[in-house]
Design a protein around this ligand. Sequence first.
Ligand SMILES: O=c1ccn([C@@H]2O[C@H](COP(=O)(O)O)[C@@H](O)[C@H]2O)c(=O)[nH]1
Length: 246
Amino acid sequence: MVAVAPHERILVALDVADLASALALVEQLRGQVGGFKVGMELCTAMGVPQVVQAVAAQGGAVFLDLKFCDIPNTVAGAVRSACALGPAVRMLTLHCHGGAAMLRAAAEAARAAGPQRPLLLGVTVMTSLDAAALHAELGVAGSLAEHVVHLAQMAQACGLDGVVASPHEIAAIREACGPDLLIVTPGVRPVWASSGDQRRVMTPAEAVAAGSDYLVIGRPITAAPAEVGGPHEAALRIAAELQARN
Ligand SMILES: O=c1ccn([C@@H]2O[C@H](COP(=O)(O)O)[C@@H](O)[C@H]2O)c(=O)[nH]1
């Protein structure tokens, strides 16, 4: 596991539709969490360079979660474009289901950008899917954990820095891939938050105990209701939960 302070393991998903709302969250949470994940909703509405520059200008480390998945040449170009946004982009996602050639092309493009390049993370099986959906809808045979481990091993062999998986697969990934592969886990829910569309969830403390390097947490923080105390209080509660188990 990476050695960081407990609250720095929290990456807040800024799933909002406009930059003003995103920056209001950054302003409230900066210093209480490790960074901010920007993804499809915000970037489609406001433009990737504008979002990255604005979040970085407010002092937030940026995790660019656009889950690239296309032919190798196209993804390599997208990775080069992301690297050109500069060192503010600390992490970048690609779908492992794009295949080994695509992952290798992405890794080569990132390495060519030099030592300040973003870390590349391969998305394995979405945390909104359960085993039944993986088998019946996507036609994957074998267990969900086996499939995640297979994708994680492929990502590692292709030169990626880490994977995105649910906390439930951390132990199996660690056993198969060793201690150096970064494991970033969405599907994290404090006991006081609703699961929503997430299917494979654990609490923040359970996820870190299982070996998660970074926890991606969106709605439990960004949409925290008044009885929790809003986003700032929600982030403090989660950080305290992580601190208590440290
Ligand atoms: O398998 C995955 C991959 C990415 N995500 C992203 O994480 C956040 C989770 O947000 P919550 O509001 O905490 O559910 C969201 O931005 C997803 O795009 C994921 O959930 N699962």
